[in-house]
Design a protein around this ligand. Structure first.
Ligand SMILES: [Zn+2]
Length: 148
């Protein structure tokens, strides 16, 4: 519980300074982790980098363009960049459980923790599929595991 409280305090400052810790909980400075991807100055080379940067985008809010353009067009449905800019829940932690990448396909299994309305922590456990098209990694789809 204490860990979660600390994470809440860290994530409360929306856009971090580039020397602050990255919102994806990599323990690296934001400027050396997800920021180059979110600002478009670099492209993620691995599925884990894309996964982490998308988590950061969700956690910070206001990054709908990035989430939209890194979501496979065939799978993102009718969501718009504006929709994706609005934070739905407060994400407080990310743990990468497993990842693998082969050619232009990859998977990342992760557990993301968020704050529920009653203040308790909820978890989202997903194994995501990523595909690379024209040199750009895209989130394709995910299988969600229901936690007990
Ligand atoms: Zn990061």
């Amino acid at each position: 519980m204490q860990l979660i409280l600390i994470a809440v305090i860290l994530s409360a400052s929306m856009k971090p300074m580039n020397h602050a810790l990255c919102p994806c909980h990599s323990a690296k400075p934001y400027g050396k982790c997800c920021e180059p991807y979110l600002t478009g100055s670099a492209k993620p080379r691995t599925v884990t980098q894309l996964m982490r940067s998308r988590y950061s985008a969700f956690a910070m809010g206001g990054c709908g363009d990035y989430l939209y353009h890194t979501w496979h067009p065939a799978e993102r449905g009718t969501l718009t960049a504006e929709d994706l800019s609005v934070p739905t829940v407060e994400w407080v932690h990310l743990r990468i459980v497993d990842s693998e990448q082969k050619g232009d396909t990859g998977h990342v299994e992760f557990i993301a923790t968020f704050l529920q309305e009653d203040g308790s922590a909820g978890t989202h456990h997903e194994k995501s599929l990523f595909v690379r098209e024209r040199g750009q990694w895209l989130y394709h789809s995910g299988v969600v595991t229901t936690e007990v």
